[in-house]
Design a protein around this ligand. Sequence first.
Ligand SMILES: Nc1ncnc2c1ncn2[C@@H]1O[C@H](COP(=O)(O)OP(=O)(O)OP(=O)(O)O)[C@@H](O)[C@H]1O
Length: 306
Amino acid sequence: MQQNWFVIVNPTSGNGASKKKWPLIFNELKAQQFQFEFSVTKHKDHAIILVKNAIEKGFQNFICVGGDGTLHSIVNGIFILNTPNISKIKIGVIPIGTGNDWIKTYGISTNFKTAINTLKNAHTIQQDIGKINITNTNTSIYFNNLAGIGFDGYVVNKVHKFKNLGSLAYLTGALVSLISYKKPLLEINFNNNTLKSNTLLLFIGIGTYCGGGMQLTQNPNPFNGLFDISFVKNISLLQLLTNIKGLFNGNITKHKIVENYKTSTIEVKVLDKQETYIQADGELIGSGDFKVTILPKALTFIVPKT
Ligand SMILES: Nc1ncnc2c1ncn2[C@@H]1O[C@H](COP(=O)(O)OP(=O)(O)OP(=O)(O)O)[C@@H](O)[C@H]1O
């Protein structure tokens, strides 16, 4: 294999599973004759710095060993740095996260040997990327799967307590958080529409899955230059409990409590003093007003051929 890969390993992903599995993954990459260098992240968002250093050394092919948060940092590293020749960059994933949600859209295996075979086959797609501008900090943050404001960000804030529950961590976090969550008054503008309401949550989707396999946007398509929006004013604990199956099979998005839209830009203003939580790819990224725009087919990923 001629390509040189740069592998970024988050030892904390999957509640520490990554640290244990990395020696096995290392050996398998060697056995499969990958030429690679690797770095282990030492702190949150360290992957952004590692990406910068690797790109400066001339690397164009990245492997993420971790979960959605690690992939999110790698994607942000590439965009924040204004990487030249971005079209030549390729990202593959050996998934060892808790939720592992982005990979589910493409059917990347959580078996590391199968995931390595996918990398070897090197089939690529170019998917849309979301760009969020947070007003009060004047920062830009990018996402490759799903962003949101409201209850989902609040759950992300709580979910670390439940990471030992694996893929059920997000559902448990949601059930535990519903009673204490206070809904902010939001004004949401897109496509000449204005929604103004106390809001439980607003999802802005590119990929299909979030929260450990839930499907909370109706018909997302990572290639069509449009976000799939779900807007929910309220849900009672009883409605949540009686629709748990619908959270995972997508039927919840057809429930009357969920409004669905498609748009390439969306602007959110917080009209009251309620604390807000913006999440992107399951990472808390800020609060307050923000604007989101889509970057069509902006980044190349290695995925299984379907
Ligand atoms: N050495 C480190 N110590 C602490 N946190 C780290 C370290 N390296 C990376 N991180 C942070 O760990 C967080 C979680 O990583 P990641 O999302 O990959 O795993 P996960 O939460 O188990 O998976 P998922 O997001 O798929 O549920 C990310 O915010 C990442 O920036």
